[in-house]
Design a protein around this ligand. Structure first.
Ligand code: NCD
Ligand code: ZN
Length: 339
């Protein structure tokens, strides 16, 4: 049977939440991935080193696999102090996450104005300390233009801080791609949903709230050009699922939550996708090697995951005490299977 073995898969953009949600979703990632970049937008946001270290412990306690490497991120707020950044660095935290205020789930602590004397100072210290600046790059303009409108900010930060590595998280607009070519210090993560779906999958027929996420899914051209980056394992691009679980009732209500919960299916789905385009040989780079190089990850173990070309089904729901979480394409079949 055809198979592929992936070494040390990494998910460079992941929401694990806390408490019951964390306990019920974490093993979908930690059983198969060696590490992940963990987003800080909890209901109590990770704005200090103390909270970050506490969260890292909670994650490892909740995970069956204790060798998992959670790369915790620190939430950039207007009150983040230089000393706190230094403290974070000396405690092994290397990624700073920037959310524009109000751009997405739990971003109310984010930045109202992105470029202020305070943030410029923080970027300077982040550069000195070797931090990676991970950015949810969206303006508050028309939803299809938000990433595009943020482009000048990416360019300004990249130019002013040429040694600061900047990640365009969940790149969704083909017009962002040129930033990768133009600035040596700009990189990107790509989700499965942005490289396989468009806005039609959200509102083209009936409304599909489980496909609703930020940044919003875009046009066929955006999808196709981003897919090409992934399939070719462009060296400045790596996989970041942006798997973001929400309770079903919160997805379905008015003003429903943004986020696609893809963790239970991303690896077999990526195998299927890369095989379809005859690019399976590039999956290892996209799912691990590029990230190891770009984020300078040197201390991974020897985890290997073999996937087989046989049918598997995506769980239709994950039951929590009060409500369910619905995975992306829950209940559907895939042509590849884990183990
Ligand atoms: C994420 C979440 O739910 O935390 N939602 C999303 O639509 N992607 C936040 C984010 O990454 O924007
Ligand atoms: Zn996210």
């Amino acid at each position: 049977m055809e198979s592929i073995t992936l070494h040390n898969p990494l998910d460079m953009h992941l929401h694990l939440r806390e408490g019951e949600m964390l306990k019920n979703t974490i093993d979908f990632t930690t059983s198969f991935f060696s590490g992940a970049v963990i987003m800080p937008n909890l209901s109590t946001p990770i704005i200090t080193t103390y909270l970050a270290l506490q969260y890292r412990d909670e994650i490892l306690q909740s995970s069956k696999d204790k060798s998992f490497l959670p790369l915790i991120t620190l939430y950039l707020t207007d009150s983040l102090e230089e000393e706190e950044l230094k403290n974070a660095k000396s405690n092994g935290i290397r990624i700073l996450k920037l959310y524009p205020k109000g751009a997405t789930t739990n971003s109310q602590n984010g930045l109202d104005t992105i470029l202020t004397p305070h943030t410029l100072k923080i970027f300077e210290i982040a550069q000195e300390l070797g931090f990676i600046l991970s950015i949810h790059g969206e303006s508050n303009g028309f939803c299809m233009e938000r990433e595009y409108e943020f482009k000048t900010i990416f360019a300004q930060i990249a130019q002013s801080f040429p040694k600061l590595k900047i990640i365009i998280e969940h790149m969704s607009d083909h017009r962002s791609i040129e930033l990768l070519e133009r600035y040596e210090n700009i990189y990107a993560t790509l989700t499965l949903h942005h490289i396989t779906m468009t806005l039609d999958d959200v509102i083209g027929g009936g409304l599909r709230p489980h496909h609703f996420c930020k940044p919003i899914l875009k046009t066929p051209k955006d999808r196709d050009m981003l897919l090409k980056l992934a399939l070719n394992a462009h060296p400045k691009v790596c996989f970041g699922s942006d798997s973001a679980p929400h309770l079903e009732k919160n997805k379905l209500k008015d003003n429903g939550a943004a986020g696609v919960f893809s963790a239970p299916m991303v690896l077999p789905a990526l195998c299927e996708l890369f095989e379809k385009y005859d690019k399976l040989h590039n999956l290892q780079a996209f799912i691990s090697n590029n990230a190891q190089t770009n984020y300078n990850i040197t201390h991974l173990g020897k985890k290997s995951i073999t996937l087989y070309k046989k049918h598997s089904s995506i769980p239709s729901q994950i039951k929590l005490i009060q409500n369910n979480i619905i995975p992306l394409n829950g209940g559907q079949m895939l042509g590849w299977a884990l183990g």
